[in-house]
Design a protein around this ligand. Structure first.
Ligand code: NAD
Ligand code: ZN
Length: 337
């Protein structure tokens, strides 16, 4: 007898809009126990606005920063859930940036093999990118996202008003992922950056970026092919991030550096550089080529001699190519492919 398994759920509602967070109670059952996970950098008012809608809220505030994505904090959260006798039908809500989203999602996926999870991203990076796609993770021994799970939240609420309190540098950091989304799949989104003042169009930028990501992820939930285009700029970007991240370089800032050599022409490179100037990002930060190459290819060596790169010749169109490590080194040295 053939057994048909239901397709893995990959689509979940995402609400985007000013003050969307205030309608959480209309979209979700909040009568259960609810752990609201956040960090001490997220303004308290945002957290209270969520907690006040829940019947039985427990607020857990961890220390801000990448360090929260650790086994020890993961274990603290699980102990908190256990001590309040959370059951399978209870709920965890992440209120914070990508760190809290990744940590909360992984805790929700693991505790009792999965409890209800809602993600309320409060940084531009998490609103534009990390809150959808279902990837959750913590870091081990300085290796980023090495332990994790694919776990979809039942609901994501994206409220651009939360960004008003975000420091400008973090705002710009997340916008790099929106420029990326435009370049790989939505020329109108890239136009917005080129023709307008992006800060006047944040809601539309977020919506369009989420649309790109949702579309790509829906068609490739387990990262077999198409989803690779989301990695545009990320091969070199991850290398730059692992070398300079500890000294404070942010993810988007590193990815911007990684995108430039993967653009198909000098004229497009100039256009993209002007866009980055608008959002106060330096895509030509000098870096140590051998060190970054080593970091960028560290986890890929096992897969053979080649590495996939994403190339953009025209805004809105991405091409996946397979190249040798030597070629990647050459691209990095020359600054273009
Ligand atoms: P973050 O979560 O560390 O947030 C940045 C800082 O902003 C923190 O100090 C936080 O306290 C503060 N903050 C959050 N919201 C605020 C607000 N509204 N006002 C003022 N301050 C606020 O960093 P991030 O850039 O959001 O996320 C980075 C993480 O996301 C990394 O761990 C990365 O690995 C992960 N990530 C995950 C995915 C994915 O698909 N799951 C994709 C990209 C990145
Ligand atoms: Zn990214």
């Amino acid at each position: 007898i053939a057994l048909t398994l239901a397709a893995k759920q990959t689509v979940h509602p995402i609400y985007v809009g000013a003050q969307a967070h205030a309608s959480l109670h209309e979209w979700a059952d909040l009568s259960c126990k609810t752990l609201i996970l956040t960090d001490d950098g997220v303004p308290r008012a945002h957290v209270e606005a969520i907690a006040s809608q829940c019947s039985n809220p427990v607020i857990m505030t961890v220390l801000q920063g990448e360090g929260a994505k650790s086994f020890s904090v993961f274990s603290d959260v699980c102990e908190m859930l256990l001590s309040h006798k959370f059951g399978r039908k209870d709920l965890l809500i992440s209120v914070g940036g990508g760190v809290i989203g990744d940590l909360g999602g992984f805790c929700a996926a693991s505790y009792m093999r999965g409890i209800r999870f809602i993600n309320i991203p409060t940084t531009s990076l998490s609103q534009i990118d990390s809150s959808i796609g279902g990837k959750t993770a913590i870091n081990v021994h300085g290796v980023k996202n090495i332990v994790g799970a694919f776990y979809q939240p039942e609901l994501v609420i994206v409220d651009p008003d939360f960004l008003h309190t975000l420091p400008r540098r973090h705002l710009n950091n997340g916008l790099v992922e929106a420029v990326k989304a435009g370049l790989i799949a939505d020329s109108a989104l890239f136009d917005l950056f080129e023709q307008e003042n992006p800060y006047d169009h944040l809601t539309e930028i977020i919506k369009r970026s989420l649309h790109v990501k949702q579309h790509v992820v829906e068609n490739d939930p387990e990262e077999k092919g198409l989803r690779k285009i989301l990695n545009f700029g990320h091969t070199i970007g991850h290398g730059v991030e692992s070398v300079y991240g500890l000294s404070g370089l942010l993810h988007g800032e590193a990815v911007a550096v990684g995108m430039m050599p993967m653009l198909g022409s000098d004229s497009l490179r100039e256009r993209v550089a002007r866009v980055f100037e608008k959002i106060e990002i330096d895509p030509y930060k000098p870096y140590d080529v051998p060190q970054v190459l080593e970091a960028a290819t560290r986890d890929k060596k096992a897969q053979g001699d080649t590495v996939s790169i994403i190339v953009v010749n025209e805004p809105g169109e991405a091409i996946i190519e397979s190249i040798s490590f030597d070629r990647l080194a050459q691209i990095m040295r020359e600054g273009h492919q």
